[in-house]
Write a protein that binds this ligand. Sequence first.
Ligand SMILES: Nc1ncnc2c1ncn2[C@@H]1O[C@H](COP(=O)(O)OP(=O)(O)OP(=O)(O)O)[C@@H](O)[C@H]1O
Ligand SMILES: [Mg+2]
Length: 276
Amino acid sequence: MYRQFYSLKESPFNVTSDPAFFFSSKRHEEAFNHLVYGITSRKGMIVVTGEIGTGKTTLCRVLLNRIPRKIKTALILNPSFSDLQLLQMIINDLGIPCQKKNKLDLVGAIAAFLVDQSTQGSNVAVIIDECQNLNIRQLEQIRLLSNLETEKEKLLQIILVGQPELNEKLQNPGIRQLNQRVSVRYHILPLEKNEIKSYIDHRLKTADANQRLKFTDPAIDLIYNYSQGTPRVINIVCDRALLAGFVRETFTIDENIIQECVKEIKGPILSEVMKI
Ligand SMILES: Nc1ncnc2c1ncn2[C@@H]1O[C@H](COP(=O)(O)OP(=O)(O)OP(=O)(O)O)[C@@H](O)[C@H]1O
Ligand SMILES: [Mg+2]
């Protein structure tokens, strides 16, 4: 609704995990570097956690876009898979030619692909999002995949991404071996207070916003107080604020607008989007 008024080429505060809007906050940059380090130095198992809406899925997508082409990647976003489906998804994503349907053949095809890539000096990474929802059986299947290695190096880099409950899950005695294999861990914290303004400006700029459109400093302070730096909450508030600004025909988003939006958002809308 407000896009034309603010000359936006797209909505700057969508709640989708669009890598085009990625803002390199201190934590996101660190998380990214941990991932690249873990993958390129073939650390095998990497775990990235973060509270709801802190940017885990966005980070996975950014990683896929930025990782050198030489590293083959598979991204699994939907964690509701059976043993067989997981293997099939990996095969499809990596583009491994395999018509077989049974588990042993699928594992065999993946193993052959990994060895082939390794001899060509390439590397393979599988990123699995929403891992807090995996059950022990699925995690056990992942552990089996992590066995694919030579005496010298890990052939497959596995990145488990999820909300903090993932760490609790990994403590389960049934999958202790999986937990022991994790060699790189990173927990993404929300944005720091001094990053909020740059985050908002970055998203506005990416959407080509009219330069007259400004969030005042007190408005940004309020957004921080309310969101505590969680990007998804910031987006929800800012999206509302632009709508309110449009209704008032103003290019200045001040603390009164934010206060009004926060009042509206508190409760049902927020709990739905934050899945709480
Ligand atoms: N570093 C970032 N730069 C730009 N936008 C971000 C960043 N981090 C998060 N966001 C935005 O915040 C919102 C939530 O991000 P995302 O979906 O990646 O979070 P999540 O941690 O995967 O959440 P969940 O726990 O619900 O899976 C998205 O709109 C995303 O674009
Ligand atoms: Mg996510």
